[in-house]
Design a protein around this ligand. Structure first.
Ligand SMILES: [Zn+2]
Length: 107
């Protein structure tokens, strides 16, 4: 049985949590020339073997976002931390500030 030690609620069955993928992924800037990089970031999935950081949400309790360090071979959970405390290169996409003004693009 897979059990996750939520930092806010304590040890719970994994069925209370939802998996949201790779927590090490980085996202490109929102510039138009990064379209291909965004397609890759959104749709390409790695299948890492061994220790890996994953986003999980405790959806049936506190609803907090967590990062779980899990061994994908043994399924052992090695560490659980609040998502904001993740020590790795995972970043959130840059905030969207609306379309950039362009001069004469559609005139
Ligand atoms: Zn929780």
């Amino acid at each position: 049985m897979l059990r996750i030690n939520c930092p806010y609620c304590g040890v719970r069955d994994h069925e209370e949590f939802s998996y949201f993928g790779d927590a090490t992924k980085t996202y490109p800037g929102l510039e138009k020339e990064n379209h291909a990089a965004w397609v890759d970031a959104v749709y390409t999935r790695n299948n890492p073997k061994g220790e890996h950081f994953e986003f999980w949400q405790h959806t049936l309790a506190c609803r907090r976002w967590l990062v779980v360090k899990r061994n994908t071979i043994t399924h052992d959970i090695l560490e659980v931390m609040p998502a904001r405390n993740r020590p790795i290169g995972a970043t959130q996409p840059a905030p969207y500030n609306g379309p950039k003004a362009s001069k004469g693009a559609n005139t």
